[in-house]
Design a protein around this ligand. Structure first.
Ligand code: ADP
Length: 618
């Protein structure tokens, strides 16, 4: 009769269930915006930015600063041009006006020349009134004639003058040779004091008059106070010579010889400038000096517009009818106001604002990119986990169905064998068969039990409850005592905890049951005394240690990394097992936030499990 030999178990591979979860830390968009602000302030955001972003911001800043500087320098340039234009305009107008006065004086000289080389009072009056000086030449105080009177001609000169003006006299007295009196000046009103005034009485007037005579050109005096100016402000006299000869004398001797007199005009410098330029139309003030003497200063007039720190100031020296006039210009407050522009600052601030917005945008983009990359990585990992889990699941299905079927087939084999033994009335054989069937059924029961525990393990959470170590030991004894008696293993228990502790009772029981049962199962039959020691000890504040030590066969070194894997069975045993015990233990320890480790040698194995546990009464 063929005997059916039950097939041994093959070791299946582990099975894990992976749960994918949304990232609970994932922020909302509002939160993101706030985060960006905080990140920029703290500086942490910048580390995430790409080099290209920095380059763009840098270039944008460069463009902003360049635009700001170009605009500023354009405004500076415009200001400089305006200043230049205004100062030239002032100079041109003053010079042009002087030129016109000179022309008016030369016209007088030409007129005298045309009528025979000299002119009488009435003719001059008619001529001057016809020229209408006040209207055509604003700033000029009058136009007159100065005669040179040699001492021997004094009497006849005075007689001639007193025909129309009996009170005419030359004044003041002086010690020069000859007289240079103002014979006529039109208009007479306001110029009364000037009539008869001798140019030779005072060196300044005298020098300019002689110079005009000797050069044959227009000349002006240095600064003088005009007799007709009641304000006593600086003024000057303008001289143009006329001679007896009909042709222009060629040299000094000829000029002195034929010299008759001078056409002259007195000027008050303030009036001259007022007539030339309207103060309101200018944003530049100026002063005029003749040598070291100031003859005009507008700054005092426009005090409220005086700029202590002018944007521009400059000076120009002009050679003018034998004198050197220095014009000093300075820009006024009005000039500063006219040219002040917010444009460069607006460009700068606007540009910086745009750059800040760019910065925020880039920070946001970078953070999103980083988050997306992180999420993509998470997804990839999750995908890999799912793929691995699927593989493991199909393997698990295969292995569990195989391990369930294998003992059933073995039982079936023993049942068939038992039938024949019944026919043969082989009572001993039948009893052996039944005992083997019973063992296979026990294995099947243990396997199903472990699988059920495995399925329950994820959802087994229960609130911590006070656990007395003695209760745990009682539980272990009740389930394993028959096994340790059968194996001849002595199991002892030591408790070093002062009080019960809080933990999930079901998990602690299953941990202890599995470890103790392994200690018993893998005891060493070669050793005369076989034992398993169970202990509870405190390790550090808030932690306790569960320890199971045996003097069994030990776990081979090559199994160290695998003993907690699902379905793993080391090659050191011939004992029945599902390979799920340590896997379940490890799962429970993780759920309790604890750690598990062991040391092992051929002399025995000690497992210790550390778990956080509050002691009761504390
Ligand atoms: P099994 O159902 O095979 O006992 P376990 O997961 O409980 O499965 O243990 C895995 C393997 O680790 C065992 O097959 C055994 O080879 C080894 N092992 C576990 N505990 C001990 C121990 N105390 N002494 C010797 N070997 C052990």
């Amino acid at each position: 009769m063929p005997r059916l030999i039950p097939r041994p178990y093959a070791a299946p591979t582990p099975y894990r269930i992976t749960v994918l979860r949304m990232d609970p830390e994932a922020p909302t968009q509002n939160q993101q915006a706030k985060d960006v602000g905080k990140a920029i302030l703290s500086g942490s955001a910048f580390s995430t930015m790409h080099r290209l972003h920095w380059l763009i911001i840098f270039l944008s800043l460069v463009v902003t600063i360049a635009a700001w500087r170009i605009t500023s320098s354009q405004i500076q340039e415009k200001a400089a041009n305006t200043y230049e234009r205004e100062t030239s305009k002032i100079l041109d107008l003053v010079l042009e006006r002087m030129q016109r006065y000179e022309d008016a004086l030369w016209a007088g000289a030409i007129h005298i020349n045309a009528i025979g080389g000299d002119i009488q009072y009435r003719d001059w009056k008619r001529y001057a009134e016809a020229v209408s000086i006040e209207r055509k030449y604003p700033g000029i105080n009058g136009i007159g004639v100065v005669h040179y009177v040699a001492p021997d001609r004094l009497h006849s000169y005075l007689t001639a003058q007193r025909v129309d003006r009996p009170s005419y006299r030359i004044h003041p007295d002086h010690d020069k040779q000859g007289f240079w009196p103002i014979s006529y000046i039109i208009p007479e009103k306001g110029n009364e004091k000037a009539v008869g005034l001798d140019m030779a009485h005072e060196s300044n007037r005298y020098a300019a008059a002689q110079l005009a005579r000797d050069t044959g050109e227009a000349r002006i005096t240095g600064p003088i106070t005009l007799v007709q100016d009641e304000q006593h402000t600086p003024g000057f006299l303008f001289f143009v010579p006329f001679y007896r000869s009909s042709t222009a004398p060629l040299n000094v001797e000829e000029r002195r010889e034929t010299f008759v007199g001078l056409i002259y005009a007195p000027f008050v410098v303030n009036n001259l400038v007022d007539g030339v330029l309207s103060r309101e139309l200018r944003s530049i003030t100026f002063s005029i000096s003749d040598g070291s003497e100031e003859i005009f200063n507008e700054d005092a007039i426009a005090e409220h517009e005086f700029d202590n720190d002018p944007l521009f100031q400059s000076s120009s020296e002009i050679e003018l009818y034998g004198r050197t006039w220095t014009f000093r210009f300075r820009s006024s407050k009005e000039f500063r106001r006219d040219l002040s522009s917010d444009q460069p600052m607006t460009i700068l601030i606007g540009g910086i604002l745009v750059d800040l917005l760019l910065l925020m945008l880039f920070v946001l983009i970078s953070r999103n990119n980083r988050r997306n990359a992180h999420n993509a990585q998470m997804l990839l990992q999750a995908q890999k986990k799912v793929e691995r889990a699927n593989e493991e699941l199909s393997h698990f299905n295969y292995r569990t169905s195989h391990d369930l079927v294998a003992p059933l087939k073995t039982i079936r084999g023993y049942v068939d064998l038992a039938k024949y033994q019944i026919e043969d009335k082989d009572i001993e054989g039948i009893s052996d068969c039944l005992s083997r069937i019973g063992k296979q059924a026990s294995r099947l029961e243990k396997l199903v039990e472990d699988l059920l525990n495995l399925c329950r393990i994820e959802n087994q959470d229960s609130p911590p409850e006070a656990i007395d170590p003695h209760e745990i030991f009682d539980f272990v004894s009740s389930t394993l005592q028959s096994l340790w008696e059968e194996k001849g293993v002595q199991v002892t228990f030591e408790n070093h905890l002062q009080a019960p502790f809080y933990a999930e009772s079901v998990r602690v029981r299953q941990i202890m049951e599995n470890l103790v049962s392994n200690g018993i199962k893998y005891s060493d039959p070669q050793k005369s005394e076989r034992w398993v020691k169970v202990g509870f000890t405190p390790v550090r504040e808030g932690w306790i240690r569960l320890e199971v030590a045996d003097n069994g066969i030990g776990i081979p070194d090559e199994s160290r990394d695998k003993v907690y894997e699902m379905f793993y069975r080391a090659g050191n045993n011939s004992e029945f097992g599902s390979g799920l015990g340590n896997y379940l233990v490890k799962k429970h320890v993780s759920s309790l936030n604890g750690t598990i480790d062991y040391r092992s040698s051929p002399q025995g194995t000690t497992f210790h499990v550390d778990i956080p546990a509050k002691m009761t009464g504390r």
